[in-house]
Design a protein around this ligand. Structure first.
Ligand code: ADP
Length: 492
């Protein structure tokens, strides 16, 4: 049953039905054509039969039917050619005499129009006339006028396919021609059918393989792909189907991989977040509990110190949570940038101003360097300021006293290059690839590691990426670190 419902099965059945239809039409047409041809040949061959007979004797004499002449004729015909029937009519088609046995003839007159058509020189054969026996079938005939004393007195009407002829023709048609056409027809149909089956199975083989591959994929076979034999290289429908299917599977696989990555990231994030929140929260709670327990035993300085530490942990928590939110917002797919032209010189100046005091307090040289006339940049000014804040904050934070921090701007081919460099301890090569990771905090080497959340560079990198650029880092241990990115120039 499944074969009947398959494409190959339905194609085969359709082919079979079409072939049967074509075969029947072929046989029917053949039989009809043969029949017509036989009638035509019969009538043409016997075209002059009636006139020969009419000329052989005087069948009408003095306005009367010459019975003796007719009897002689009928007797002769009975022996010579019993398959023909001869009728004598008057000029209006009324039957006057006939060779058929009495009682067999049921009509009294025949239509003369076909007779006149037959006598016309240009007539097209076969011409059918009435059968006086009333068989209901039209018959081929031969006809000739009969004269009486030089006047047209009637017609000799010779039915060529008489009763005997009919059965003879039927025998011939029924036996030989029909069998021949049936045999040839069935042979052709069988060969065509076999060829059709072969062609269908070839044509649908690729489809079957493709659907097999699809079922395999659906069953969880993953990236098995489409077998090479499905492709014909001609770019036909199946090729296109295979290509679409491959695109589809690769997209689905990509998306699955992406989902798995996202899921892994999410787990890691949750683990990191809970760890990073738990530590300062536990400390905060610890200090507050100690304060409560030992309230009366503590000196005012110790109490203030405890409170300061607790406050510090509280502030760290606030910063961690707000940076996490910021990063989550930046990573949301629908993050929209408020793009506008940015005069980077002015923005940089403001940022330098903002950090000048912090740098001075730490004993660092802090300057800005502008090469040439940098073009206007384009981007989200608040977010770009956030990047500068993070990079400069890090540079000041990680560079020891006596060092130098520099913010440099330079026009480049594809926009405006921004660089933040310092003369700090640098980032060890093994940490370098990880500095942009969320929650990554390097620098166990610092005697006292500066405060931080490990989110600053992740946020900066995400913002730069949203501007279509890349935040790059280069660092040499002991000699300093440079972070750089290029902003697109504002379109005129
Ligand atoms: P953090 O809050 O720790 O500063 P960041 O994401 O801003 O987090 O930086 C990640 C890590 O990269 C830092 O912990 C530090 O080890 C390293 N780092 C960043 N900037 C510098 C710099 N200018 N000099 C040396 N190390 C740096």
């Amino acid at each position: 049953m499944t074969w009947v419902r398959s494409l190959a099965g339905r194609l085969t059945l359709t082919l079979l039905a079409l072939l049967a239809l074509a075969g029947a039409a072929f046989i029917g047409l053949n039989v009809m054509a043969t029949h017509l041809y036989l009638q035509e040949v019969n009538q043409k061959l016997n075209r002059d039969l009636a006139s020969h007979i009419a000329e052989s004797d005087l069948f009408m004499r003095g306005g009367e039917v010459n019975q003796s002449a007719l009897k002689g004729l009928f007797d002769a015909l009975m022996t010579v050619n019993p398959s023909i029937e001869v009728y004598l009519t008057d000029t209006r088609g009324r039957l006057l005499a006939y060779s058929a046995p009495p009682g067999k003839v049921v009509r009294e007159r025949i239509d003369l129009a076909p007779v006149r058509a037959f006598l016309d020189q240009d007539t097209v054969f076969p011409v059918y006339g009435d059968d006086p026996r009333g068989s209901g079938r039209r018959k081929v005939f031969s006809a000739a006028p009969v004269f009486d004393d030089g006047e047209r007195a009637g017609y000799l009407y010779v039915v060529l396919g008489g009763e005997l002829f009919d059965s003879a023709v039927q025998r011939v048609e029924g036996s030989y021609i029909l069998r021949l056409s049936l045999g040839v027809g069935l042979g052709i149909l069988a060969v065509t059918f076999a060829a059709g089956l072969w062609a269908f199975s070839r044509l649908t083989r690729r489809l079957r393989r493709l659907s097999g591959a699809m079922e395999g994929f659906q069953a969880g076979g993953g990236g098995a792909g489409v077998p090479a034999s499905v492709r014909s290289g001609r770019g036909d429908e199946i090729d296109r189907l295979a290509a679409s299917f491959e695109q589809l599977t690769s997209r689905i696989n990509d998306q699955i991989a992406q989902l798995e990555r996202a899921d892994a990231n999410r787990r890691e994030l949750v683990a990191n977040v809970s760890h990073d929140l738990r530590t300062p929260l536990a400390s905060l709670q610890g200090y507050l509990e100690t304060l409560k327990l030992k309230e009366s035993d503590l000196t005012p300085e110790a109490r203030r110190q405890y409170l300061d530490t607790a406050l510090g942990h509280g502030q760290h928590l606030v910063r961690l949570v707000s940076e996490l939110f910021e990063l989550a917002r930046l990573e949301a797919d629908d993050q929209q940038l408020q793009r506008e032209p940015i005069a980077m010189g002015e923005l940089a100046q403001d940022v330098v101003q903002k950090f000048r005091l912090a740098a001075e307090r730490k004993g660092l040289a802090f300057d800005m360097e502008v090469t040439g006339t940098p073009p206007m940049a384009e981007g989200d000014i608040a977010l770009i300021e956030r990047v500068l804040d993070n990079l400069i904050d890090n540079a000041i934070k990680y560079t020891p006293k006596g060092g130098r921090v520099r913010l440099a701007l330079e026009g480049v081919a594809n926009g405006l290059a921004v660089r933040v460099s310092d003369t700090g301890p640098g980032i060890p090569a093994e940490e370098l690839p990880r500095v942009f990771e969320r929650f990554f905090r390097g620098g166990r080497r610092y005697p006292q590691r500066p405060e931080g959340t490990g989110l600053g560079l992740a946020i900066a990198q995400r913002i730069v990426a949203l501007h279509g650029s890349d935040l790059e880092v280069s660092s040499e241990s002991g000699r300093g670190t440079t972070f750089a990115f290029v902003l697109p120039a504002a379109s005129a």
